[in-house]
Design a binder for this molecule. Structure first.
Ligand code: ADP
Ligand code: MG
Length: 697
């Protein structure tokens, strides 16, 4: 199929709706999407019918309300369009009510105590702004309707609901500011997101024989081969043929459902890659990122590969993250973070950037915890991803502008810098307003902020509802000042100056990976929340509850429920990892080591009988056996630590116990085992090595 026919062919997007809906209904739906009209059952009825016809023409037999429960995955329950008639035949039906609302039995999804198991009722509600798609699993075709998932009492049980609420909050506050600045045209402010997705690929024949990858998505043992990523020969290198074929299929699948997959390249670590789509409205981008992750996983299997989305599948090489590119813009096309040609004079731009600086500094722990998960604990602060300290990279020029305004000195002109590349044949490139700083967790990159802490496997809902809410809160303060101002220019300058004086401590343009920065950040009073368990409790602190409830993103109960859910999930995950490590050690690795030791003993005996002495063999035998003893003892301790953590009933205390004792006990098993791997002949090692996993596809 030619590309232009392929793109969006399986999405019930805008053009399909325009073609298939009566004009009046189409207009009505656009108004609902813009938040300017309520969806009526009559309109839903017509849309449902058109959607059903479209899906059935394409071969669908079922539809599903698709949602994002707190498991972090997505959920779906399929219903067929079939409706039996009295005379023993069947017709295909799909009503407006079925489109708008579903009622899955919700008792088995995490609710953090918001709902007892016997109160099973939950609702899914159609997200009118995110296009329905046709999902194809071989010959099984399903109409997939993106929905939000709420309890009987309206509490959010998913990742989408708070995101939608936060989008409304930031729009309301940003519009207040824009009105105060004299903008009377824009009706809404939209938060947009472009997530860059990193992932690993491994050959499925190796994957299948590693219990750790199968159950936890990461290796709990494994010694690095002589070559890792030090030559930096993988980053942006030539994409291997097998991977290119995989990427081609991924792109086609994504384009079909209207996801604008744009860039792809080799990442830093061996067998690590990245995919980025063109940015879109935050909730749609969040849905689409889930679909990207699912598509990567599904298509990999067609190529005999497995896609690993875990943040740290391998020790010793870089892990994976997501760069969450975020901006806010008006419905009539103004990007509020676009500096224009003369940022120093662009007061609206300076005002909105000030709001982001203030929000990120004031609510740094919230942003930090929005990127927390068990997998990311291996990355943040290690020498690869941004450190766990939140700081903002503005770039020299912007920093200079802010400093100039704050101190009242004239700001240097920013006009027309050209970059001389030193060769006549190369075009002159316009110099970007900012250089790149790969070490910054939160970087201004031209007309957006790039939040780089986000974990590769998680929904991007959290980082974005936090960003939207904290910026909304600051904007609401700005709006109150501006609405009463007599001299608006003076008022803006005062806000920008104040912000810089109070919050420039969060701005840092240097290398975020150095020890010096950790010290400097401590001096500046910036929080350094090293682990997820340290960060999460900030979610329920008074300040957080205040802003989330004020902007109607969460109720206090929803916050506490969510906190319990993430803590419990963390403990379960560490518990599974520990169980896997224990089993692999005691049932696979150590028995293999003992087998080998027995064989060496036999060899020593045989050699001895013929009067040959072998000190090297002898010392290898004793080294192996002493490591086996060390690992066995550590495994027993791990088992005990795991049982002890399971007994702790308070979710926070349990998570702390998992982090402090179970995790440490796992490390104690890993150390001797990784050394054993290097002492044992390859044939004796009972599972594929890092060499197989990282270098053979
Ligand atoms: P970089 O190379 O700086 O990472 P790219 O242009 O490759 O930037 O963009 C990375 C991601 O950011 C892409 O998904 C892109 O669509 C997205 N993006 C670009 N502009 C914006 C914007 N204004 N708001 C949100 N995302 C954006
Ligand atoms: Mg980027």
């Amino acid at each position: 199929m030619p590309f232009n026919e392929l793109y969006g062919s399986n999405a019930f997007g805008d053009s399909v709706m325009r073609d298939r809906l009566p004009k009046a209904i189409y207009k009505e739906i656009k108004a609902v999407q813009a938040g300017e009209a309520e969806l009526t059952v009559e309109v839903a009825e017509v849309v449902a019918n058109a959607m059903k016809d479209w899906a059935i023409e394409k071969g669908a037999t079922h539809y599903t309300h698709w949602f994002q429960p707190m498991t972090g995955l997505t959920a779906e329950k399929h219903d067929s369009f079939i409706s039996p008639t009295d005379d023993g035949r069947a017709i295909l039906e799909f009503s407006g009510k079925e489109l708008i609302q579903g009622e899955p039995d919700a008792s088995s999804f995490p609710s953090g105590g918001l709902r007892a198991t016997f109160e099973a009722r939950g609702y899914t509600a159609w997200d009118v702004t995110s296009p329905a798609i046709l999902n194809e699993e071989g010959s099984c075709k399903t109409l997939v309707i993106p929905t939000a998932f709420i309890s009987y009492n309206g509490e959010a049980l998913d990742k989408k609901t708070p995101l939608l609420r936060s989008m409304q909050a930031i729009s309301a506050q940003a519009i207040r500011v824009l009105r105060a600045l004299g903008n009377t045209n824009s009706r809404r402010v939209i938060s947009s997101v472009g997530p860059e997705q990193e992932y690993f690929l491994v050959d499925e024949k190796y994957y299948a024989s590693r219990q750790d990858l199968l159950f936890t998505g990461r290796t709990v043992f494994g010694a690095l081969p002589p070559k890792g990523q030090e030559l930096e020969d993988h980053y942006f290198g030539k994409i291997p043929e097998r991977v290119a074929a995989f990427m081609t299929e991924v792109n086609e699948e994504l384009w079909k459902i209207g996801i604008p997959a744009k860039t792809q390249h080799n990442e830093v670590a061996p067998n690590q890659f990245e995919l980025a789509p063109i940015y879109g409205i935050a909730n749609v981008a969040t849905d689409q990122n889930h679909l990207v992750m699912q598509t990567l996983k599904k298509v990999a299997r067609h190529h005999g590969l497995v896609c690993l989305l875990h943040e740290k599948p391998f020790r010793g090489v870089n892990g994976s993250g997501k760069h969450n590119n975020w901006s806010i813009g008006t419905d009539d096309g103004i990007n509020l973070l676009n500096p224009g040609k003369t940022p120093g004079e662009n007061l609206s731009f300076l005002l909105f950037v000030s709001a982001v600086i203030d929000a990120v500094d004031t609510y740094a722990p919230l942003l930090r915890l929005s990127a927390a998960n068990a997998g990311n604990d291996h990355r943040l602060g290690a020498n690869e991803a941004p450190p766990a300290i939140i700081s903002i990279f503005l770039g020299e020029q912007l920093q200079d502008i802010f400093e100039g305004i704050a101190t009242g000195r004239p700001v240097a002109s920013s006009e027309g810098h050209k970059l001389e590349l030193g060769a006549n044949t190369l075009p002159k490139l316009p110099k970007d307003l900012t250089d790149r700083n790969r070490t910054s967790p939160f970087a201004f990159t031209g007309n957006k902020f790039e939040f780089r802490m986000v974990p590769s496997s998680d929904s991007i809902s959290g980082p974005n509802f936090v960003l939207n809410t904290i910026v909304a809160e600051v904007l609401s303060g700005f709006a109150s000042k501006l609405e009463g101002a007599k001299d608006i220019t003076a008022a803006i300058k005062e806000i920008v100056t104040d912000t810089w004086k109070k919050h420039s401590k969060v701005v840092f343009n240097g290398n975020g990976y150095t020890e010096d920065w950790v010290k400097e950040a401590a001096k500046r009073g910036l929080p350094n929340l090293k682990s997820s368990v340290e960060a999460w409790p900030y979610f329920a602190k008074e300040d957080s509850v205040k802003i989330f409830t004020k902007h109607k993103v969460f109720t206090k109960e929803e916050i506490h429920a969510r906190l319990d859910i993430v803590l419990e999930k963390y403990s379960k995950q560490i518990n599974i990892e520990a169980g896997v490590a224990f089993e692999m050690a005691t049932r696979e690795i150590l028995p293999a080591c003992v087998d080998y030791a027995v064989e060496i003993s036999g060899q020593l005996e045989t050699l001895g009988a013929s009067g040959v002495k072998s000190d090297s063999l002898k010392s290898r035998l004793s080294e192996i056996m002493s490591l086996v003893e060390e690992a066995s003892a550590a495994a027993a301790k791990l088992d005990a630590a795991r049982s002890a953590a399971k007994e702790v009933s308070d979710p926070l205390k349990q998570a702390e116990s998992c982090r402090d004792s179970v995790f440490a006990a796992m490390e104690a098993v890993r150390a001797p085992i990784d050394r054993l791997e290097k002492l044992m002949p390859k044939d004796y090692w009972p599972m594929p090595s890092y060499e197989d996993l990282l270098f053979r596809i």
